[in-house]
Ligand binder design. Structure first.
Ligand code: 13P
Length: 251
């Protein structure tokens, strides 16, 4: 029997929506949630930095807000960056680390991702650590070796006592924003592989959620969420529509 974990639903808004559009979004979202129980579900919004404090002010404690980025230093001359202390003081308790778009567009390397993971966990932030292979790696059958390397590099120095603050998002790059979802077999196999690797690193995997991201939408969420070892979803474009994101959470 696999352990029961709260399902995790992340909305990664990327560089989308403005304050006025977010205000309209939450008017609809609140109506949908008025009659809905959030028991056993963790919902975290990752809006652009500019909207973090505003979105945090919209919610009670059931819904959390996370940052798409931060810098792993206390404070100082790091133009354009935000610190863990700044986020925590404003009630922002989650961060995304290692998203493929930051790895490719902002040249974030495994070494920076490792520093961010260690810094976030030591400074009381919860993390969604993203991993995922591109199409050529998948076509060459190298996806497991690649994911194992990403996971090991990011987590090898992490104290396993941090397990409950860690969510792993498997997001195959070829499935992000393409409408091309990985098959149930591909997702199930990789999530089980991740679970075993986390155990080998000394983590109690009944405390770590492993979630899937890549073209998740209102139509396919139910099937994805029924795959063994899938503890939730990280949603990009479909999370920009409150009705679609609600349907995914409700699936
Ligand atoms: P899409 O849901 O738009 O494919 O994006 C997935 C993603 O990158 C979530 O982090």
């Amino acid at each position: 029997m696999l352990p029961m974990k709260n399902k995790f639903f992340g909305a990664n808004w990327k560089m989308n929506l403005t304050t006025s559009k977010a205000t309209d979004y939450f008017k609809t979202f609140e109506k949908l949630f008025a009659t809905h129980s959030l028991t056993h579900k963790d919902i975290v919004f990752f809006p652009p930095m500019q909207l973090l404090a505003f979105i945090h002010s919209q919610f009670n404690q059931n819904i959390k807000v996370g940052s798409q980025n931060f810098y792993p230093q206390k404070q100082g001359a790091f133009t354009g960056e935000v610190s863990a202390d700044m986020l925590l003081e404003d009630g922002i308790s989650w961060v995304l680390i290692g998203h493929s778009e930051r790895r490719s567009h902002l040249q974030e390397q495994d070494s920076l991702i490792k520093q961010k993971v260690l810094w976030a966990l030591e400074n009381n932030l919860n993390i969604v650590l993203c991993c995922g292979e591109d199409l050529s790696i998948r076509e060459n059958g190298q996806e497991k070796t690649f994911i194992q390397k990403q996971l090991l590099s990011a987590l090898e120095e992490v104290n396993p006592s941090h397990a409950s603050k860690i969510v792993i998002a498997y997001e195959p790059i070829w499935a992000i924003g393409t409408g091309k979802v990985a098959t149930s077999e591909q997702i199930g196999e990789m999530h089980q592989f991740l679970d075993h690797n986390l155990s080998s690193l000394g983590f109690n995997t009944s405390l770590i959620r492993i979630i899937y991201g890549g073209s998740v939408n209102a139509q396919n969420a139910k099937e994805i969420l029924s795959i063994p070892y899938v503890d939730g979803t990280l949603v990009g474009s479909a999370s920009l529509n409150p009705k679609d994101f609600f349907t995914i959470i409700d699936a």
